[in-house]
Write a protein of this length. Sequence first.
Length: 148
Amino acid sequence: MEVILLQDIKKLGQKDDLVNVKDGYGRNYLIPGGYAIAATPSAKKMHSENLKQRAHKEEKIKVAAEELASKMADLKLVVGAKTSSAGKIFGSVNTIQIAEALREKGFEIDRKNISLPEDQIKEIGKYKASVRLHREVKINIDFEIVAE
């Protein structure tokens, strides 16, 4: 079954992608949940027209994301965390703290667009986070966890 995605779905595709899914997944989850619409010939035609109109706007957004990526290229973040004497963090460091550190540096990045190499960071050290600024623009930023 072919569907047109109405929003980004992890491990499936981005918004406005035309993807093939199993019939049950499309009929029972994607379409009723408002995540996709069935790719009928008329829906495909409307979809292609919308993409043509949106292409120019998307190019401007991509250029802005690339400029932001160049500004963030040499960025080094320092995130403070409460730690034990052995260097273990009480709790963990997650994308919320990374987003707050970026906000302090003047970059408004949604925490959902930040992905860490590990689900939970529980020790002091240096790490890399991947920040998705656009569907085609991703940047890795270095950050260090220090004891407060």
